[in-house]
Design a protein around this ligand. Structure first.
Ligand SMILES: [Zn+2]
Length: 433
């Protein structure tokens, strides 16, 4: 079963917490949409939390064809909810039919119950929020149990509030069937689901390589991820390149103030046409980030500090490496796209993203500062991915994950370090002065 979820969005969205809006018909300030993959997104005011399971008739899985759980029976449905507080209505206004009103009542009940069960991301009572990034798991039709064990050890050591899987979550080329894909994705989420830790993925260049065989697309695949109870992925706007582009907002421990933004971007796969090598983060994605960043600032009256996560590093990583301005290990050359899509320039213009972290080049784990923004790698976590050769002294550490510690008292300065499977860590890297 593919289930959807509901949570606050930055674009056009309202405050991060509060009482769910009363229902009504006619005026629409919040629009919830069940997409083709079964995800429910909100655009509007006054909602946070998640909704799952969601369906259009109230039963558990009528959205999807019984013979093919990945095929939605309902392609799209919109519901309209009154704003939580005063303000100009946004979105499409439609006259509600009796059926629509019944649907609204059902969805409202689900939102409220799911909201109670799944609050949005927030700092712990001690005012900290910890993220662990695991990259390049490369799960395929068979799953290497050493990867699950490594992730488990690191999670039990660090006890994060959120996990980001930094792409190449599965090795698409080694998945021949939809069942293989389901099994691989199950393995991606298993360490977090067992521990009830929130998690989300970004796509890497290898995730899609099963598409010619399975006939799936990214929208169906993100729907599979979203079906897991602790997963926070949504499809993201379908107006731009990529799937899963998203801004995850983190509140302070009191739940009264937005303190941080975790940006997820789809850095694509392989370039088409005259360009060789990897795809790049396209202009419309850069524009989405820029506009969303400005919308956050307008809504909260200040810039919201954040970290970006995606799979393929920017060309700026290689330029920074040439300057030797980094700490940590550079065991292989950077493999960015040949095209600079302009994301780094947009990040400098906005001044809110203080770190950009990637996977892709499995044995690098360095972090440097490049014009005020920290650029860094996450050493791979997957045993199915290439790693350091056994002859390299560093190989005794096993696989690793990158940890980020954010403090609500000083969210512009996060600390980051690599935690390896054997319990060791590189030196924690505080924010530059
Ligand atoms: Zn990889």
């Amino acid at each position: 079963m593919v289930r959807g979820h509901f949570r606050q969005r930055a674009m056009n969205s309202g405050s991060s917490r509060g009482t769910p809006a009363p229902l009504g018909a006619g005026t629409a300030a919040a629009v919830a949409r069940v997409g083709a993959a079964g995800s429910l997104e909100s655009r509007g005011t006054g909602f946070t939390g998640r909704l799952k399971p969601i369906c259009c008739s109230g039963r558990s899985a009528p959205l999807f064809d019984g013979r093919n759980p990945l095929r939605p029976k309902c392609s799209r449905i919109e519901i309209h909810i009154l704003p939580a507080r005063g303000g100009k209505a946004e979105g499409v206004t439609k006259t509600a039919t009796r059926r629509t009103l019944l649907l609204l009542l059902l969805v409202s009940a689900l939102i409220q119950s799911a909201w109670a069960a799944k609050p949005g991301l927030k700092c712990r009572p001690d005012g900290t929020f910890k993220v662990v990034m695991f990259s390049d798991l490369h799960h395929g039709a068979t799953v290497d149990p050493r990867t699950l064990a490594a992730m488990g050890k690191i999670l039990d050591k660090e006890r994060p509030d959120m996990v980001v899987i930094g792409g190449d979550c599965i090795a698409g080329g080694s998945c021949d069937t939809v069942q293989d894909v389901n099994n691989a994705i199950h393995a991606v989420g298993e360490p977090m689901e067992q521990r009830k830790i929130a998690w989300a993925i970004v796509f890497g260049n290898h995730d899609q390589e099963h598409f010619p065989k399975t006939k799936l697309g990214k929208e169906e695949v993100i729907g599979i991820y979203a079906s897991y109870p602790c997963n926070l992925n949504v499809r993201g706007t379908n107006q731009i390149h990529g799937v899963g582009n998203d801004d995850l907002l983190v509140e302070d421990s009191a739940g009264t103030r937005l303190v941080f933004c975790l940006w997820l971007l789809d850095s694509g796969e392989y370039a088409a046409g005259a360009v060789d090598g990897y795809e790049w983060i396209h202009t419309d994605q850069v524009d989405w980030y820029y506009r969303t960043s400005k919308a956050l600032e307008a809504r909260y009256g200040r810039k919201i500090p954040g970290i970006m996560f995606f799979h393929i590093p920017l060309r700026e990583f290689a330029e920074m490496a040439l300057s030797k301005k980094f700490e940590g290990e550079r065991n292989e050359p950077e493999c960015p796209s040949q095209i600079d899509g302009g994301l780094f320039a947009a990040v400098l213009d906005r001044g809110d993203v203080k770190g950009i972290f990637c996977g892709h080049d499995h044995t690098n784990d360095y972090v440097g500062e490049w014009f005020g923004v920290r650029l860094g790698y996450d050493y791979s976590a997957g045993y199915a991915a290439y790693g350091l050769p056994a002859s390299n002294p560093g190989s005794v550490r096993g696989r690793g994950g990158r940890v980020f510690l954010i403090k609500e008292s000083d969210p512009w300065n996060f600390t980051t370090w690599m935690r390896f499977e054997d319990g060791s860590t590189d030196q924690a890297s505080p924010a530059p002065e």
